[in-house]
Structures are given as structure tokens and as C-alpha cells.
Design a binder for this molecule. Structure first.
Ligand SMILES: O=C(O)[C@H](O)[C@@H](O)[C@H](O)[C@H](O)COP(=O)(O)O
Length: 235
């Protein structure tokens, strides 16, 4: 099944951040109106920070909103590499519930993944939104080529999270991780991507062309999506 993607192009990262914050805010308010609560999964990295900051500045009954990272590095809370720490700094003071995927109690990254999966089982699923970034190597969330790649892509449909040790540790965060599985990502009511730069645009366009045959994690994830994906891009 071909991947249905709608591209939303902006002149710069600021315009992208304004638009994405508006879209995500609309998704939150629609979910709260429809079901009294909202659950979203947001990416780490640098691209989403401007949009997340704008989103946190919006007025709503944040107590009805639960936010999880799409993935996180296995580092202590407060570490500069911790995605949930970045999310907590923005949203806890607004009253939102921020749920970490990681805890420092797990003896190893696989156990950390099992703990995250158990924790997500208690959240009202599916997410109203999964928001993904894409790495320069085509990874998304923390789905990377490596021993855990097949489990992340083809594990049981009920598996929402797992531990991952990338075959090649990304230089910006050379640590084990916990990630949402492909099944969890594609279960979302809405899926968006935010990417910047020509190289990532070309990578994602190629991944969409390749579909299920793509060697990149983002291509393999998108190939399993039944809903159209909104891709927000700025130079
Ligand atoms: O924990 C992480 O690193 C992210 O969840 C990861 O998947 C990120 O989205 C990409 O690495 C892109 O990051 P940038 O958008 O900052 O390039």
C-alpha cells in the first residue's frame, strides 16, 4: 500500500514551529472535547523544541493532557540527553501529566524496554498524536538498525515499547534507549513528522518511494501507516 504523505512547507523553522504548535494544539483540544482527555507522544532532539515551547504557551486545561516521549535515552532524569526532562521542563508547570519511558531501576536496556511497555499499558491508548522526528541516518523515535531492529518493527502488535541498543551509537547520544514500537507509532489517531533541511527531505521522499522495502527505519514505519501522514518541512 503506497504511503500517503501530505507535505507542509514553510519558509523557515520559526514558521514551521508556529504551524506545528497550532496543529498539535488543535489535536489536543479536539481530543479533550471528544473524550475528555488527550495523550500525545512527542520526539526528542532539537527540531521540535521551538514548536513544543509555543505549544506549552497555549491556554487549555492541561490537567487533561498526558505527554510521553516517542523515545528516550537511558540516562538519569535531569541529564542533558534526557528527552523527558526537556518535556517536563516545558509542561509540568502547566499541569500536564508527563510520563517518562525510562527509569534508572532497570538492570539493562531490554528490561528498561519491558518496564516502559508495562507502564504504557496503563495509559488510555491509542495516542491522539504521535509526532516523529527523523535522524540524518533515517532513524525515527529510537528505531535504529541493530539487533533490536526487527523487534521494533515486527514485534507483537500489542508491544508498545522496547529497549534498543543502536548498532552504531549516534554521536550526539551514544547511549542505550527505549522507544515506541512501530505498532505503537502507527496506532496513533494522527501521525506527523517535523524535519528540516534538504538532506532529510530527500531522505524521507526516498523512504516514501521505497515503502516497505526501505532500508531506513522511517521508511519501514511509514509503510505500515494506514492514515495519511503530515510532514512539516522547513529549509
Ligand atoms: O531521541 C531522539 O533523538 C529523537 O526522538 C530522535 O528520533 C530525533 O527525532 C531525531 O534524532 C531527529 O532529531 P532532530 O530533529 O533534532 O534532528
Amino acid at each position: 500500500m503506497p504511503i500517503e504523505a501530505e507535505w507542509w512547507d514553510y519558509d523557515d523553522a520559526d514558521e514551521l514551529a508556529d504551524a506545528v504548535a497550532g496543529d498539535v494544539g488543535f489535536i489536543l483540544d479536539s481530543a479533550i472535547d471528544a473524550r475528555g482527555a488527550a495523550l500525545i507522544a512527542v520526539p526528542g532532539g532539537t527540531t521540535p523544541v521551538a514548536a513544543l515551547t509555543r505549544l506549552a504557551g497555549q491556554k487549555r486545561d492541561w490537567k487533561r493532557v498526558t505527554i510521553i516521549p516517542t523515545d528516550d535515552r537511558l540516562v538519569p532524569m535531569g541529564d542533558a540527553l534526557s528527552n523527558v526532562t526537556m518535556i517536563a521542563k516545558l509542561f509540568l508547570s502547566k499541569g500536564a501529566r508527563v510520563v517518562p519511558l525510562t527509569s534508572d531501576k532497570a538492570p539493562d536496556y531490554k528490561a528498561a524496554g519491558r518496564s516502559a511497555d508495562a507502564l504504557l499499558a496503563d495509559l488510555g491508548w491509542p495516542p491522539d498524536l504521535v509526532w516523529l522526528g527523523v535522524g540524518a541516518d533515517g532513524h525515527t523515535a529510537s528505531i535504529f538498525p541493530g539487533d533490536d531492529f526487527d523487534e521494533a518493527l515486527n514485534g507483537p502488535r500489542e508491544r508498545r515499547a522496547l529497549g534498543v541498543r543502536p548498532a552504531e551509537m549516534p554521536k550526539e547520544a551514544p547511549v542505550d534507549r527505549v522507544t515506541l514500537s512501530r505498532a505503537a507509532i502507527v496506532s496513533a489517531r494522527t501521525l506527523i513528522l517535523t524535519i528540516t533541511g534538504d538532506a532529510k527531505r530527500a531522505l524521507v521522499e526516498r523512504a516514501i518511494e521505497e515503502g516497505a522495502a526501505s532500508p531506513t527505519p522511517i521508511g519501514r514505519v511509514l509503510a505500515d501507516c494506514e492514515l495519511p501522514v503530515d510532514i512539516h518541512w522547513a529549509p
